[in-house]
Design a protein. Structure first.
Length: 206
């Protein structure tokens, strides 16, 4: 845990930076506004759908239709046939509980903070973190400092992009997330990774 003593500043600062970038992405820039399609039929169709959810007393949760797990106890051959016979349409329905903005924003920041801590741990194990010798000529020290900045940026920025872009891809693929929404999430992830890399590089000790 020694890395936390030396890297707490870039960990906290990058967590804050990504949190701010995320807030700007979702509440100011507006490129996520087309992540989801409206229910067909205009306001009337939307109201009819919401009335149906209310009438069926569908509580907050994640639902699959038809029930993909209803045949899990069948023998393998019968289960395979039952899966082939699943009726259409198929999909997922997520019904929200009332949104607690304060709690969600706090948990989001905690996620970014923990992610930055893991990235800091990785960087601390693979990058040099000793101070530049004071006896070195000024030009050489400047060159070494610039080189170190870009090396830290390379490692932590790449780790940030991996963390924020790739983890959700298998689920997005299997559960048919809208391709545009996936692209916008990747765009956000690249920005978040670059912010993380820049902060760590700027505040790297030694």
């Amino acid at each position: 845990m020694d890395f936390l003593i030396h890297l707490w500043k870039p960990i906290v600062a990058s967590g804050v930076g990504v949190w701010i970038a995320s807030a700007l992405a979702w509440m100011v820039i507006g490129h996520h506004k087309k992540d989801r399609d409206a229910i067909p039929g205009g306001p009337e169709g939307e109201q009819a759908f919401m009335d149906a959810v209310t009438r069926l007393n569908i509580r907050p949760g994640n639902y699959g239709f038809p029930d993909f797990c209803q045949n899990d106890n069948l023998p393998p051959a019968e289960r395979k046939q039952a899966m082939k016979a699943l009726r259409q349409p198929q999909g997922l329905l997520r019904v929200w509980a009332p949104t607690n903005m304060g709690l969600n924003m706090a948990l989001t920041f905690l996620f970014y903070l923990v992610t930055s801590a893991v990235i800091g741990y990785l960087a601390w194990t693979v990058l040099p973190h000793t101070a530049t010798p004071t006896a070195a000529p000024a030009a050489a020290a400047t060159a070494d400092g610039a080189s170190m900045f870009w090396k830290v940026f390379q490692v932590t920025g790449t780790a940030g992009i991996l963390a924020y872009c790739f983890a959700s891809f298998p689920n997005d693929l299997w559960f048919q997330k809208k391709r545009r929404a996936m692209a916008m999430d990747w765009l956000d992830g690249i920005v978040f990774g670059l912010v993380t890399g820049a902060v760590f590089a700027g505040l790297w000790p030694g």
